[in-house]
Design a binder for this molecule. Sequence first.
Ligand code: PHE
Length: 346
Amino acid sequence: MINKIENLLEEISSYKVNSLQELESFRLKFLSKKGHITELFEEFRGISADLKREVGQKLNELKQKAQDRYNSLKLELETRDDSAGENDLTRPAFPYPSGSRHPISLVRREIIDIFSRIGFTVSEGPEIEDDNHVFTKLNFAPEHPARDMQDTFYIFRNSAEDSDPDDILLRTHTSSVQVRVMENQKPPIRTISPGRVFRNEAISARAHCIFHQIEGLYIDENVSFADLKQTLLFFARELYGKETQIRLRPSYFPFTEPSAEMDVSCAICGGKGCNVCKYTGWLEVLGCGMVHPNVLEACGIDSKKYTGFAFGMGIERAAMLKYQVNDLRLYFENDLRFLDQFKTAF
Ligand code: PHE
């Protein structure tokens, strides 16, 4: 019996495998319930008592060696470097997890795309602004209560009581970019301004102190409210689907007259009424209007010759409707379980 054990020991230590199948044959041959070692243990029961000690020790040694050999062959197979020979192009790639675009980036890009198809350029401007560009030139009177509409984060104020055109603040809307465009370009102007804006609001499912806007501006001779309406209808159908309806409700902004708020028919229930549209069939998506003559004049544009329209929307809100996200905070938490869902969005 000692001989048999010695032979097996030798066989095991010089055993080579080249594949998982061969490794499995090794296991079956030596280690399985029907393998050689089990067989030897059965034979061991019948040997004479004086040999038991010596043979028992050898047998245990063999069992251990076989197990060790199995483990090392397995490790060798798993970590084998195939690059030395020919590359096996059929081998699966390492599973590198790919990232995804943030839903806000996706929707921003889509909105920019839609407007660029009808001739709008993209303009950007500073996030840290002065009162002049965010309020004064947009026809907010110094004491105008509308300044309270957008709770402003001030960085520097000249006076605690009054606002001053030189006050430094975080922009509350990207209309400030449009002021800068009007100051620097002559009509016709056709541009949109995407960017981050800041408002001192309590953070909740529906409000955040940082969010993103896209505002649009079109100035030329004879631009009318009908042009605004048609542009917005085109936009709504491109973004939310061909069946989308829009409706304009009268509203107020200091920088537009007349002003309106635009609703789109709820894409989720098709206008029939659901909990997203609060059973009205409509969702509010943007503010708009004809640029106030005071704004044109403040930016050096002749309001007798030119007219224009402007509109502005929150990207988070547009994305919420598009992807049916019901909590704004998800956009800022960087939770991979949320972000991973946009992997296939392009
Ligand atoms: N600036 C407005 C806001 O932030 C949106 C708007 C833009 C409304 C242009 C009318 C015209 O709420």
